[in-house]
Write a protein that binds this ligand. Structure first.
Ligand code: PLP
Length: 222
């Protein structure tokens, strides 16, 4: 068996059934994705819209494409016809653009709101209070072509496992609060995307049900 197939099956065996594995294939060639596909993988994550769109054109139709990176508003139109889930929605303006392009394509696009949980300055995302305000606003209620499925967050890049755990735990708590008190149909919270190669075990222990794994499946990126 190839390395890709071996690591995929290892993940399938070790990860609980309720956790969706998104195979992060950014920078990797089509052959690598095809191999994972033939081993049964259907959820793939990319962080550049142009690259994802090229792969969508080249690869089988039943792949579910996840946009996991920071999304530029002027490129939303390229993925609007086909994207399965947009993980990194980090501003009202971006959500509005996704809504607009979804409408043009006569579809509803599923989104996760990215929350800023890391102590680092550089990571994108909403602050908790800012997001609560927005979710209660009329501007949000007007958006009929997006459906909010949950939250996404990235922990600080650190060896300090306690800190990572604390950040994930905070995100899970916030997810439960929004799910219980604020989110109303047609939006429905069922997805908490947290955890990558370095921290997915802690993320699952803290309640993640979607992990985004790149290097542990496809090998290191250049
Ligand atoms: C690249 C990337 C991943 C995967 O990272 P690995 O450490 O290779 O598993 C997960 N999430 C996001 C947002 C990424 O950009």
């Amino acid at each position: 068996m190839s390395d890709i197939v071996t690591s995929l099956s290892r993940f399938r065996e070790s990860v609980p059934e309720n956790v969706t594995l998104v195979a992060v294939s950014k920078t990797k060639p089509n052959e690598d994705l095809q191999e994972a596909y033939e081993a049964g993988q259907r959820d793939f994550g990319e962080n550049k819209i142009q690259e994802m769109t090229q792969k969508w054109e080249d690869l089988p139709d039943d792949i579910r494409w996840h946009m996991i990176g920071h999304t530029q508003r002027n490129k939303v139109k390229y993925m609007a016809p086909y994207v399965h889930l947009v993980h990194g929605v980090d501003s009202p303006r971006l959500l509005k653009e996704i809504n607009k392009q979804a409408k043009k394509n006569e579809r509803v696009i599923d989104c996760l709101l990215q929350i800023h949980i890391a102590r680092e300055q550089s990571k994108f995302g909403f602050d908790e209070d800012e997001l609560k305000e927005f979710l209660k606003s009329d501007a949000f209620k007007d958006l009929q072509n997006v459906r909010i499925k949950g939250l996404m967050g990235m922990a600080t890049f650190t060896d300090n496992k306690d800190q990572v755990r604390e950040e994930f735990r905070g995100l899970k708590n916030f997810y439960e609060t929004l799910k219980k008190d604020i989110i109303e149909p047609p939006h429905e919270f069922d997805t908490l995307s947290m955890g990558m190669t370095g921290d997915y075990k802690i993320a699952i222990e803290e309640g993640s049900n979607m992990i985004r794994i790149g290097s542990a499946i496809f090998g290191a990126r250049n």
